[in-house]
Design a protein around this ligand. Structure first.
Ligand code: ADP
Ligand code: MG
Length: 361
């Protein structure tokens, strides 16, 4: 049956936060907890504009949910999906730009991340109250609806100026649909990062159900501690990372899944190549990107965490080799190893980890 909907694959460790709140002379921290995009979110802001920054961030997250949700009537994504097979719709430049980025990610990951996987997400219903195992014939029929070629976004309009235009034409083939569940929270974390920057916070953290962004430093002027959850122990962490101005996005199969009547466990990330939930040899993938890299680093980390989970250990390692200047990562394998990229050597804290930790060469 459906398990915990809350995803906290990576979280900013409570210890670091408590310190920042209580240390003598530490800067004041504001906190805010909300439920949006089907997950619990916690935000912390350190600095004089902290309260206003968090209020603005909450409004922004709700705005993005109203734009990008598949289930909210009138959202850009609902209108696009409802138009499938028809003439198409006009979308906000912002949604269109995100869809165009999603299509790029599909190309870059050879389809391991693909937002057009939505019809299969629906057929399996893994995160719904009625998950099921579709017949092979149904899966094969739905696979013909998956692929970037089914989604047209008029990206000439997107490239025509620096700022996204107001309205962009988009269309979907009949029977197709898009699901931004694998990228929307990452996008939201990028927009919250913008808000933290605008309010000139000295520090802040955002945890959007597995999507973490840490900005600046704690109230004590130290980097934040981001804990990567131990997939085998919901109260424990596998390793911690000391980071500033970085995104840490974790995908895994261990929190959203269902057990079929025959005992097979199916987790919620679909392999677009097979139409089945990915049978990964990884249990968790955490992607680390850096704010200095641009205004889409959280979005990219979200797409990559989903994609590399699908690819499995060998595919993820090869993908990182080909894009090694773009991101760092922590992989936890089904056989109990924890692998991390050399860029994390100075930030990772492996003491006390239950895993055999190795650097990926
Ligand atoms: P979470 O939503 O739990 O943070 P992910 O970022 O890994 O986890 O996204 C998984 C969600 O993305 C699924 O619940 C589904 O809505 C959608 N999805 C599933 N498989 C894929 C895929 N291969 N590519 C893109 N999106 C996917
Ligand atoms: Mg993702």
């Amino acid at each position: 049956m459906r398990k915990l909907r809350l995803r906290i694959g990576a979280l900013v460790s409570a210890a670091a936060l408590a310190l920042s709140l209580t240390a003598c002379g530490a800067a004041k921290a504001e906190t805010l907890d909300i439920f949006a995009m089907d997950t619990y979110m916690s935000l912390v802001a350190v600095g004089s504009g902290g309260y206003d920054a968090l209020q603005t961030a909450a409004v922004e997250i709700n705005r993005l949910e109203a734009l990008l949700s598949r289930t909210k009537d009138g959202s850009d994504v609902s209108r696009l999906n409802a138009s499938a097979g028809g003439e198409g719709v006009t979308l906000s430049g912002e949604t269109a730009a995100l869809l165009a980025l999603a299509k790029d990610c599909a190309d870059r990951t050879a389809g391991a991340f693909d937002v057009t996987v939505a019809p299969l997400v629906d057929a399996w219903g893994i995160t719904t109250d009625t998950p099921r195992v579709p017949a092979q014939s149904e899966i094969e029929a739905l696979l013909t609806l998956v692929g970037g070629e089914h989604l047209t976004v008029d990206d000439s309009a997107l490239h025509s100026s620096q700022l996204p235009p107001e309205d962009v034409a988009a269309a979907l083939d009949a029977g197709c649909a898009v699901d931004l569940g694998g990228i929307a929270k990452g996008y939201a974390s990028d927009r919250v990062a913008d808000i933290f920057e605008k309010y000139q916070l000295t520090g802040g953290t955002v945890s959007l159900g597995g999507n973490v962004y840490v900005c600046g430093t704690t109230g004590e002027g130290k980097p934040w501690n981001v804990a990567i959850q131990d997939p085998n122990d919901s109260d424990g962490f596998a390793v911690r990372l000391r980071l500033s101005d970085a995104f840490v996005v974790t995908s895994g199969g261990y929190q959203r899944y269902f057990t079929a009547p025959d005992g097979t466990v199916y987790q919620h990330i679909i392999d677009p190549a097979t139409g089945y939930p990915a049978r990964s040899d990884l249990v968790s993938v955490s992607i680390v990107t850096y704010r200095a890299g641009g205004d889409r680093q959280g979005t990219m980390a979200d797409a990559y965490s989903t994609a590399l989970y699908v690819m499995g250990e060998a595919g993820a390692a090869a993908f990182w080799q080909a894009h090694r200047s773009d991101f760092d990562m922590v992989l936890i394998t089904g056989d109990g190893r924890l692998l991390y990229t050399p860029g994390l050597a100075d930030t990772i804290e492996t003491d006390g980890s239950a895993y055999a930790c190795q650097v990926i060469a």
